[in-house]
Design a protein around this ligand. Structure first.
Ligand code: COA
Length: 217
């Protein structure tokens, strides 16, 4: 199947609420099964709260799909965040404590606080990418790069001053570096522990850190 894809025929379009079902179906197979935080804690399936959160970004017009002959082959889900984002994430993590999504939010809250993009870049809003996935048979062909570039262009059009990403995967981090993003923060997964010192999320090799990147738009 991958060999049959004509790279020039790939079109990137803005996803709408009407795309919810097919987008989620795509993300289940080509994002969640490999995304390091999802894979790194039990159970293997994402929580419904995680899926609903991703879909809640669609009305902002900040999500894109890479299409080939009517089929989704890649997707990027982004949405707005405000200077109180870290506080909001800590509150949500506490509210959902004991669940998989609560555990993931706890880590995202720490990296949001430590990256501190609002103060460091003197901005009062940001476009943040929450998920990016490429058809697993088409990786390494710069489709991810095209998705990120389209999301950044969308952010620019909508007046966002910066675009941020918490790269939980070494592959997405490599992509952001190549696209000229600046590294704001790196947190080793071994640092995310409970009160007894037990590591809470254990992504498989080669993923060792979550790295936060920023691009001025
Ligand atoms: N195995 C080995 N290398 C891989 C890879 C894989 N499965 N997937 C991507 N790469 C490498 C590419 O070769 C490239 O490295 P290079 O710069 O040294 O050439 C880099 O990762 C990014 O490649 P690119 O072609 O621009 O991106 P992509 O279209 O392959 O998409 C992801 C990158 C991250 C979107 C894709 O790997 C993916 O969907 N992963 C699963 C979901 C996920 O983890 N999302 C990111 C969470 S932050």
């Amino acid at each position: 199947m991958s060999a049959a894809v004509d790279m020039d025929e790939i079109k990137i379009s803005v996803a709408t609420v009407d795309d919810s079902e097919r987008l989620l179906k795509f993300l289940h197979v080509h994002y969640y099964r490999e995304e390091p935080l999802t894979v790194g804690c039990e159970p293997p399936e994402p929580d419904a709260a995680d899926e609903n959160f991703l879909l809640s970004n669609l009305p902002h017009g900040t999500c894109v799909m890479a299409m080939h002959e009517g089929r989704i082959i890649g997707a990027g889900v982004a949405g707005p965040k405000m200077p109180d984002e870290a506080d909001h994430l800590f509150e949500e993590a506490e509210r959902l404590a004991g669940s998989k999504w609560g555990c993931i939010l706890g880590l995202l809250a720490i990296v949001e606080r430590d990256a501190n993009v609002f103060q460091r870049y003197n901005v009062n809003k940001a476009l943040h990418v929450h998920a990016i996935g490429v058809d697993s048979s088409l990786r390494g062909r710069r489709i991810g790069e095209r998705i990120v570039t389209a999301l950044a262009a969308r952010g620019r059009e909508l007046g966002y001053p910066v675009f941020t990403s918490d790269c939980t995967s070494v592959y997405s981090a490599r992509m952001m570096k190549r696209l000229g993003f600046e590294l704001l923060n790196r947190m080793p997964y071994t640092d995310y522990v409970d009160a007894a010192g037990k590591q809470l999320i254990k992504p498989p090799a080669p993923h060792e850190f979550v790295e936060t990147y920023v691009l001025r738009l």
